[in-house]
Write a protein of this length. Structure first.
Length: 123
């Protein structure tokens, strides 16, 4: 993945609901709210090491799930493929327009492709 912060955000987005409530809270506070281990520890009345252990276990659990399922990797691959398909449909439409002729079938196919890639891109 692109960088550590992006990787952590993707893991949490995809697998955060599978964590315990405490893991989810600490992970969110540390990565999304940018609180330090000391700040979280103070708020919850535990040690910095205790907070770190919870976060490390959460990271390990989500990484293990991704290593087994590859859902994030497949998601990113599908987004790349959708973008390529969409670009090809744009190129087809542009080619039809530049040649100053109308082919209703090709035009309809390209527009159908664009509509469906837009739907997939929203999911």
């Amino acid at each position: 993945m692109k960088n550590q912060a992006y990787r952590m955000a993707m893991l949490f987005d995809f697998y955060g609901d599978l964590l315990t409530e405490r893991q989810r809270e600490f992970y969110d506070l540390y990565y999304n709210e940018d609180l330090s281990l000391a700040e979280i520890a103070e708020n919850y009345g535990i040690s910095r090491q205790g907070v770190r252990d919870v976060i490390v276990r959460a990271e390990a659990a989500m990484t293990e799930i991704e290593d087994k399922t590859h859902i994030i990797r497949r998601f990113q691959q599908s987004r790349t493929a959708i973008a390529a398909i969409n670009a090809a449909a744009d190129q087809l439409l542009l080619s039809i327009d530049q040649r100053s002729y109308s082919d209703a079938t090709l035009d309809e196919i390209a527009r159908t492709i664009k509509e469906n890639t837009a739907k997939l891109d929203q999911e």
